[in-house]
Design a protein around this ligand. Structure first.
Ligand code: FES
Ligand SMILES: [Fe+2]
Length: 368
């Protein structure tokens, strides 16, 4: 894979946006999105470093109960958190804990952390054909990139490495042994998840709405370069001299990563920002209801090379708050019943890329 970027937009931009106001407001669409989009693609879970051998991570992923286990260094498994006897959840409390086994609270079937059924009370009272080995927990695909965990509910999606497009090539060396989670943020936003995702893919508003924040890092729009891939899209902006004066750079990064701010949109609800000082920032937009979502930010970096934590946090806070105000305003516009899809600027090509994928996964026509 080449590290070169295509500097021209190859996507044929439609005259108008592909999603209508109803796509952002219709309550009936969320269950359809859950099955047609979120259960058919890779979903980001978090950093594998937080899970050590013998630990279990219980959580909901797009409404499904999931348990992730670690059985040896670097060996992770994901299972549906559902007992194979009579469907009780195996673990009820979300979060990470150390456990030797998963013991069902209903009739105490015991599973090991690799998902094998290793204990059954009153086993002799089941029929003679009962065999514990027939009741292994249902696995879910789990793969990692740079120590970051992803799961996928279908076998049809490509391997994670393929799904991520040029990300492993361009950002695969940003994470080092010294990299740490610097901070996390969670913010509830009163807008549909697609509205917030569109905004994060929008390269038209940065110079205007973030002129005192993000724009100072991303620089003049005449230097913006885009690359559109199957499931990801990239905005590349060259490192500014003013940034270089104040920051350290990892000198052994591949040229593109060393000289650029790389901002990836990843279908369906994820973003990854990579900076030449080794900062990697995940922005994950969790749908909550048709008109609310949660923005979860995780910022990783090398403490000695990163700006002071308070500065970094304040910068993130500033531009995410600007985005929250904008997207909540747009949501009100969508809900007004008066909006028809407006015209598309070339700086909004990444939004169109995402909207095309959404329509393809939902098997919907634009402007029904
Ligand atoms: S439902 Fe789990 S042991 Fe019966
Ligand atoms: Fe923004």
């Amino acid at each position: 894979m080449t590290a070169e970027l295509t500097t021209d937009l190859t996507v044929e931009l439609p005259e108008r946006f592909l999603l209508t106001a109803e796509h952002y407001t219709d309550a009936a669409l969320w269950p359809v999105e859950r099955t047609h989009i979120f259960q058919r693609t890779w979903l980001y879970l978090g950093d594998s470093d937080q899970l050590t051998v013998g630990q279990v991570w219980v959580r909901q992923v797009v409404g499904k109960p999931v348990v992730i286990t670690c059985t040896a260094p670097g060996e992770f498994h994901a299972f549906h958190n559902v007992c194979l006897h009579r469907a009780s959840l195996l673990c009820n409390a979300n979060g990470i804990s150390s456990q030797k086994h998963l013991i069902c609270p209903y009739h105490a079937w015991v599973y090991d952390l690799a998902g094998n059924l290793v204990g059954v009370p009153s086993q002799q009272k089941f029929s003679e054909s009962f065999k514990a080995k027939d009741y292994t927990l249902q696995p879910i695909r789990l793969e990692t990139w740079c120590g970051f965990l992803f799961i996928c509910f279908t076998d049809d999606a490509p391997p994670l490495h393929t799904f991520l497009g040029s990300i492993p090539t361009h950002l695969g060396q940003h994470r080092r042994d010294e990299t740490r989670l610097l901070f996390t943020q969670r913010k509830t936003v009163a807008c549909n998840w697609k509205n917030f995702h569109d905004n994060t893919l929008c390269d038209y508003h940065v110079a205007i709405a973030h002129r005192h924040t993000l724009h100072k890092v991303q620089g003049p729009i005449k230097y913006y370069e885009h690359q559109l891939e199957t499931y990801t899209n990239l905005l590349r902006t060259p490192v500014l001299n003013s940034w270089q004066a104040d920051n350290s750079t990892l000198s052994d990064l591949p040229e593109l990563g060393r000289t650029s701010f790389l901002t990836y949109g990843i279908f369906p609800n994820l973003h990854l920002l990579g900076l030449p000082n080794g900062i990697l920032a995940w922005l994950y937009i969790e749908p909550l209801t048709p008109d609310t979502c949660e923005l979860r930010s995780e910022v990783y970096g090398i403490p000695q090379l990163s700006p002071p934590l308070e500065t970094l946090q304040a910068d993130f806070d500033a531009f995410t708050n600007e985005d929250i105000a904008l997207t909540e305003s747009v949501q009100k516009g969508y809900a007004s019943g008066t909006y028809r899809p407006g015209p598309v600027n070339q700086l909004e090509a990444r939004i169109i890329h995402q909207q095309q994928l959404i329509l393809k996964f939902l098997q919907l026509d634009p402007h029904p």
